[in-house]
Design a protein around this ligand. Structure first.
Ligand code: BGC
Length: 753
């Protein structure tokens, strides 16, 4: 009976979808038949509300343009009233009453600010990540936002790049899973529901590979590297149904992405089957002029013909397409295709049925920043923390005695929110000091001192807004207060790192250490002889050589979001056992960058013998990172058995089962991310030393063991060849299973085609 129902559904659903599509087609054909050329071009225009900017240009006369039908959507506001007013203007005063889209960078939550995306990825917990996006969509849609410019899925191998904070790190496999989870979280299963919104995959493509980690810089890479390492997360997002895509600022293969037909049409639409619309990044069409692609009319025509549908802020489409049409530089069907794709998205959201579907006062008043959502943010934060060091089990701390809590991020409301908290209200965040009070009550005496400003570097001070925290105080006095607090206490917790504006967009750094004045504080604290726990808040991997050698416990807390303090207290005092694993490599120094786990072997790999001269190495630092991809400790310990496989010789489309037994050998219940990597030592294209191919997150009580199995098929063995075909080649394969990319147990199998 069940089978029969399923069979009927399988037949009926495609018909229902086709009927829906036919209905949408008829509606849009009818609407477009009434639209003037100017109104069609108007749909391709995306200004801001006027007071929001992430570039030099601002939008002006927006209301007037809405009335004239010269606006397809607006972005940059989370105000229920402003969104309502703009929609009212569109549906009452424009000639055809076409509703607007409302976009916003809801990157890690709207009002309930979750940890930054890089931190979330370190949870390796896809249901959790999907849930954060779900909560974000619910809150955003309540005020009227129906389109988020997220997920950002750019692979990044360079921690100098500030936007590494916005992505999920360096691995394409994990990046693809995160992309999928976020798209599903935002869009749900039905876009016309009033609490699901359009997602926007960005920045297409390769933005994370900006040379030298300098934002907006040139990108140049081989197609094999592109397909193997950089494109998979975008592709995964498209496969998951992402409704829109944002073009990137950089060039791809010598042509700005925003004007790149191969990228936007051949790859995205023809190969990957994307059928939503593509919006540019902020003024990216205009910037093609700076890239050297021609004047505004030329680049606008190029972008449209490449496959761009909507122009963010720059108004190149609005001001030049009519002329280009007259001159035969674009065709009417180019314009109509873009217009149609945008109208389709509005239709799918249900905006033609009800333009206020996503702007519901009652929901805006009751569904935002709820206790439940804050609890989700607290849980997500604790799961994103990575324990980097814990000598002599200093952590968890006892809930008794006294603690000196020091550092510029210890009693700081704003910076722990992280980059792009856009609509989040930092006055509602929980500082670490407050979190200690919430979790400990009066059980522990907390001696607080600021200890240092975030930075005293004049160049940074000139560019960062630190008014919320900066104290004009003598550096030595601040340190002395902190040392006094330490001397009165059993243990020191130093909360150090970066301000929220030190990572994110246009926030690249060449020195990725803890700022020098904070280091001075840390050194003084260590010198007291008191045990020091370093809690880091930052948006990128930092260089932590001295810290790792001299500080007994280090917890990487990233930018934890609105529940920062509660989450830090939960973990430091043992209510939650940390289980995060790095998704980005921590180098020893900046000179090692780019440093990533899935590198090539080279023809002269270094094998640890410094005496051998002609090897791929440095004279002054080892090749290994300080903390490898996949690394992260727990308060408990896990023991891994050897890897067993179902067969050592396989043929064709066989299936291999690889397994290990993992045992919790410590005193605490804990979660562990069991990771599977693959090496393909001989192939017609050189392969990386290992690639992540799977993982399982398990939970074990003290003394408990679990057999963890991975099912491997030839699909796992495939890779991109020089002609970009995707296939596998028979021969030896090595499977590695372990706790991090650099701590694995391995087994070799022979698998012939
Ligand atoms: C960023 C995008 C963002 C856009 C709109 C740009 O500067 O690169 O990621 O979505 O601004 O705010």
């Amino acid at each position: 009976m069940k089978k029969m129902n399923l069979f009927i559904l399988c037949i009926l659903i495609p018909f229902a979808l086709m009927a829906q599509d036919a209905k949408m087609d008829a509606f849009i054909i009818d609407l477009m038949s009434k639209m003037t050329l100017q109104e069609k071009i108007g749909q391709l225009n995306l200004p801001t509300f006027g007071d929001f900017q992430t570039g030099a240009v601002t939008s002006s006369n927006v209301s007037e343009k809405i009335r004239k039908g010269a606006v397809g959507g607006l972005f940059g506001s989370s105000s229920y009233d402003d969104i309502r007013a703009a929609q009212e203007l569109a549906v009452t005063q424009s000639r055809l009453k076409i509703p607007l889209l409302f976009g916003l960078d809801v990157i890690h939550g709207l009002k309930t600010t979750f940890p930054i995306p890089l931190a979330l990825a370190c949870s390796w917990d896809m249901p959790l990540i999907e849930k954060t996006a779900r909560v974000a969509a619910k809150e955003a849609s309540a005020v009227g936002v129906n389109w988020t410019f997220s997920p950002m899925v750019d692979i990044a191998r360079d921690p100098r790049w500030g936007r590494i904070a916005e992505g999920s790190g360096e691995d394409p496999f994990l990046g693809g899973l995160v992309a999928e989870a976020m798209v599903k979280g935002y869009q749900g299963s039905d876009l016309s529901q009033n609490n699901t919104i359009l997602s926007c995959v960005k920045h297409f493509a390769l933005y994370g590979a900006a040379e030298a980690g300098r934002d907006y810089n040139t990108v140049d890479m081989s197609k094999v590297k592109m397909y193997e390492y950089y494109l998979p997360p975008y592709k995964a997002a498209i496969k998951a149904g992402a409704a829109t895509v944002m073009s990137s600022f950089n060039e791809v293969d010598g042509v700005p992405a925003t004007g790149n037909k191969w990228l936007m049409t051949d790859l995205l639409r023809k190969d990957w089957g994307f059928n939503g619309f593509v919006v540019t990044d902020y003024t990216a069409i205009n910037e093609m002029t700076q890239h050297g692609s021609g004047n505004l009319q030329q680049v606008s025509a190029q972008a449209l013909k490449a496959g761009i549908d909507q122009d963010m802020v720059g108004e190149g489409f609005l001001t030049t397409l009519e002329k280009s049409l007259k001159e035969g530089k674009v065709s009417l069907s180019d314009i109509e295709l873009a217009c149609r794709r945008i109208l389709e998205s509005k239709y799918k959201l249900g905006l033609f049925e009800d333009p206020y579907r996503y702007n519901v006062k009652k929901r805006a008043d009751t569904e935002i920043l709820t206790v439940e959502n804050r609890l989700a943010a607290r849980e997500a934060a604790t799961k994103s923390f990575v324990l980097l060091k814990n000598e002599k089990q200093l952590l968890p701390l006892k809930k008794s005695g006294s603690v000196a809590l020091v550092g510029p991020l210890a009693d700081n409301l704003k910076d722990p929110m992280g980059t792009w908290f856009v609509a989040g209200d930092w006055n509602k965040s929980v500082t670490v000091l407050k979190g200690f009070e919430n979790v400990l009550g009066s059980a522990v005496k907390v001696n607080y001192a600021l200890g240092a400003n975030i930075t005293e570097d004049p160049m940074l001070l000139a560019q960062l807004d630190l008014n919320h925290t900066y104290k004009k105080r003598d550096r030595a006095d601040l340190i002395k207060e902190a040392v006094d607090a330490a001397m009165k206490s059993d243990v020191v917790v130093a909360v150090l790192g970066e301000s929220e504006a030190m990572s994110g967009e246009a926030a690249s750094r060449t020195d990725i250490g803890i700022p020098e004045n904070q280091m001075e504080l840390l050194k003084a604290l260590v010198k007291t002889g008191k045990p020091v726990v370093l809690v880091l808040m930052n948006g990128r991997p930092l260089t932590l050589l001295w810290e790792n050698e001299n500080v007994p416990a280090i917890l990487e807390a990233w930018a934890p979001g609105i529940e920062a303090g509660n989450a830090v207290a939960d973990v430091l005092f043992g209510d939650v056992n940390p289980s995060g694993k790095l998704t980005t490599t921590f180098p020893r120094n900046v000179g090692q960058i780019p440093l990533y786990y899935n590198h090539k072997n080279t023809g002269r790999p270094y094998d640890g013998n410094l005496k051998e001269k002609y090897k791929s190495k440095y004279l002054d630092v080892v090749n290994e990172p300080l903390f490898a991809f996949g690394y992260g400790l727990s308060y408990t310990t896990f023991d891994y058995s050897d890897v067993t496989v179902s067969s050592k010789n396989l043929q064709g489309t066989a299936t291999l089962i690889a397994s290990v037994t993992v045992k919790n050998t410590g005193k605490y219940a804990g979660e562990e991310v069991v990771q599977l990597y693959l090496s393909d030592p001989v192939a017609s294209v050189t392969r990386s030393v290992k690639d992540l191919k799977g993982y399982k997150k398990i939970s074990l009580k003290p003394g408990e063991s679990q057999v963890v199995t991975f099912t491997i098929t030839p699909e796992t063995l495939k890779f991109y060849h020089s002609d970009l075909s995707y296939d596998w080649e028979g021969g030896e394969f090595i499977f590695h299973i372990g706790t991090s990319s650099d701590k694995v147990k391995s087994v070799s199998v022979n698998w012939e085609k």
